[in-house]
Design a protein around this ligand. Structure first.
Ligand SMILES: Cc1cc2nc3c(=O)[nH]c(=O)nc-3n(C[C@H](O)[C@H](O)[C@H](O)COP(=O)(O)OP(=O)(O)OC[C@H]3O[C@@H](n4cnc5c(N)ncnc54)[C@H](O)[C@@H]3O)c2cc1C
Ligand code: FES
Length: 289
């Protein structure tokens, strides 16, 4: 059975593109005017959006909100063009509109006051951490980010994050920029310096999220992961985004909509394919002891 909440979804509205900044390769920044998204978004939330042009397919696509600018009633997305929906958005010109629903989803919870937040991003997974880094900085919390990609071209979110003034370690699989190696290796090396209490936050490709969750389990640190499933509606009706989650009080996992109950989940609760949740593994080990 699929567990759902009963959200009251925001209405879809047509929002004009006000700025478009191409970055290298398939990446770009798009800024839209939308007073509710600009005024109400919390870091980790997303919009469902599609270009209002003939080129665009039927469904809106999900994108994390990278930054908000309440004084201008605008918000910015960090886009990687991968298919027809992202292409149609990338081809919008200033003044053209997109159909937009949001802000949607569960935001990142703040870490305990004495914890340093470690933001672990892969590729476009840096997007929600620009807003979260800003929230943490404004709240006077300690935070640093680890940002990984296959190659230097995949670290196009570098500048918006650096503007926050928080420490940032970049990593590439091919060594073309920053540390040579996986982003989770850089996090592990940082944890070896015994930094004190930390909470880990991860957003990026599935394999990276899984590695971050395993790292958090091994090092016994709390972690939140922002999952990235396919989404059709964004409001809990199509069930296209279900993920298996097992909370502390539940004997087994339940399918839950990532759009309404996520995309951010406690890493211990996520039932990873072929492996189960770390919470269930720990409980099983305790029974055997
Ligand atoms: C909560 C959430 C936040 C997201 N935030 C961002 C963001 O900030 N920036 C950004 O560029 N993208 C983000 N995405 C991914 C983005 O939604 C997809 O890349 C987009 O829907 C692809 O649409 P398309 O029509 O261009 O591609 P399609 O034609 O639908 O697909 C093209 C290719 O991309 C793959 N793909 C499609 N959807 C996803 C997905 N969700 N994850 C991984 N691969 C996918 C397909 O398997 C296919 O290989 C986010 C996804 C989620 C669920
Ligand atoms: S995307 Fe439709 S239920 Fe979540």
């Amino acid at each position: 059975m699929v567990a759902t909440t009963s959200p009251r979804p925001p209405a879809s509205r047509d929002v004009p593109l006000v700025a478009r900044r191409p970055l290298q390769g398939p990446y770009l920044l798009l800024t839209f005017r939308h007073p509710e998204v600009a005024g109400r978004t919390r870091a980790g939330q997303f919009v469902m959006i599609k270009a209002n042009t003939a080129a665009d397919p039927l469904l809106r696509r999900p994108f994390s909100i990278m930054s908000v600018h309440p004084a201008e009633d605008t918000f910015t997305l960090f886009l990687k063009v991968v298919g027809s929906g992202t292409r149609a958005l990338a081809d919008l010109r200033s003044g053209e509109t997109a159909g937009c629903l949001g802000p949607l989803g569960r935001p990142f919870p703040m870490p305990p006051e004495d914890h340093e937040a470690l933001l672990v991003a892969g590729g476009y997974g840096i997007a929600p951490f620009v807003l979260f880094g800003d929230e943490l900085r404004r709240a006077g919390r300690r935070a640093r980010a680890f940002y990984g990609g296959r190659t230097s071209g995949d670290l196009q979110g570098h500048d918006p994050f650096t503007a926050l003034g928080l420490p940032l370690a970049c990593c590439t699989d091919d060594g073309s920029f920053g540390h040579h190696g996986r982003v989770t290796d850089a996090v592990e090396a940082y944890l070896d310096t015994r930094p004190g209490a930390v909470t880990l936050y991860a957003c990026g490709p599935d394999a990276m999220l899984h590695a971050a969750a395993r790292l958090a389990e091994r090092r016994n640190v709390p972690a939140q992961v922002s999952l990235d499933p396919w989404m059709g509606c964004g409001v809990g009706t199509c069930l296209g985004c279900v993920v298996r989650i097992q909370r502390a009080d539940e004997p087994r996992g339940k399918y839950r909509c990532a759009c309404t109950e996520g995309p951010v989940f406690d890493a211990r609760d996520v039932v990873w394919a072929g492996e189960g949740s770390s919470r269930a593994r720990r409980e099983a080990a305790a029974v055997l002891r």
